[in-house]
Write a protein that binds this ligand. Sequence first.
Ligand code: PMP
Length: 442
Amino acid sequence: MSHVLRRSLTASQPSIVGGEGAYLIDEHGKRYLDACGGAAVSSLGHDNAAVRKAICDQVNTLAFAHTGLFTNKWAEELSDYLVAHAPEGTGEGRVMYLGSGSEAMEAALKLARQYHVERGETDRAHIIARAPSYHGNTLGALAVSGHAGRRATFAPLLIETHHIDATYNYRLQHTDESEAAFGLRMANQLEAKILALGAENVCAFVAEPVVGASLGTQPAPAGYFKRIREICDTYGVLYIADEVMCGMGRTGSLFALEQEGICADITTMAKGLGAGYQPIAAVMANQKICDAIVAGSGKLWNGHTYMSHAVATAGAMAVMHEIDGRNLLEAVRARGAQLEAALHERLGQHAHVGDIRGRGLFWTAEIVENRATKAPFAVSRNIAGRVQAAAMQAGMICYPAQGCADGTAGDHILLAPCFTSTAGEIDIIVETLAAAIDTATT
Ligand code: PMP
């Protein structure tokens, strides 16, 4: 029994001992090209000297002081940086640091609710999100997530939330419908939902600017978020942008929402913020939210012991300096264009690849049994898992996502290579993926 308790839940997996650039190395010396940064985390590869040094320097200076009493220079500098680079309209925003994307979503939901309470609109409690979607594992974040499989066991514990359709172009856009008309139709679902619930009862709308885990990568149709912003403003509903996966340069701009030409009221970030060197997440509130809280109670009712940890904020600040100093947003756009072209060339006509979609260095192939009907493979065949296994065998890591695990979507394979990838590595990624899809589907 004690033996079982001592073993980690992941004990059957290979033990990882090192990293070199885009590669991970296991205990047997096997090298894996990390084509997905874990889950869009390791944007700088696995041995970035500048980030390591920043973290070590801070550990050697001081690791921890309670944020109830002290701030630290990295938390302040990082906040200035994030607010200065936030989409136009954010104004004098403020940032809070947490340990995970799920915690950031919890904080965002509480912040949205508190904003309305501070202004005396105490009936505003309903949260609207999209399905499918994924916003985190903790109970609040899971309640927001439109993911039948992940929710099922915990359903009685989840707060009531409401969902509209995610912009799943491949399956929801009509053949005779323009992208603009599709985007408008999807966005207008939000207005209908707000009116059904009574605008005076609605707190916030939550959506990823570019979807990550639940649908694979899915950029929004052009114009969708402009209409979302308009609807939110009309009815006094806040927009919470979940940039946990798509943010911090992954799509070619620091914030993915920047490319939609609007700003969010509240933004969550995580994965690429620390690039895997330290666990860190953040929630940023725009000026409107901050002003309401300052004019009201002046206090944010959310706290965790390790928030604004100096080692994590020092690491994240160094990540931002790397992105800036090495012109990595430009690299994401250039390598992203190469990845897009190579995926289309190699897999565009594949009998079992129904859709290829993404932005920047954030791409997905959706695998289907029948291209003509878009019918997915049976969930029991675990095609995404088999693609992942075949790629691992060949020395590459990719990220499988099986839609909602309910058979309504195909199997997704997500790619999120590091921003420092070479042209040769991008070619290897596409070739290895194509071979793995062949192995898994034949
Ligand atoms: N939001 C999105 C969009 C995510 O992809 C994830 C993690 N996959 C989360 C929230 C939750 O983040 P974490 O796993 O760090 O709690």
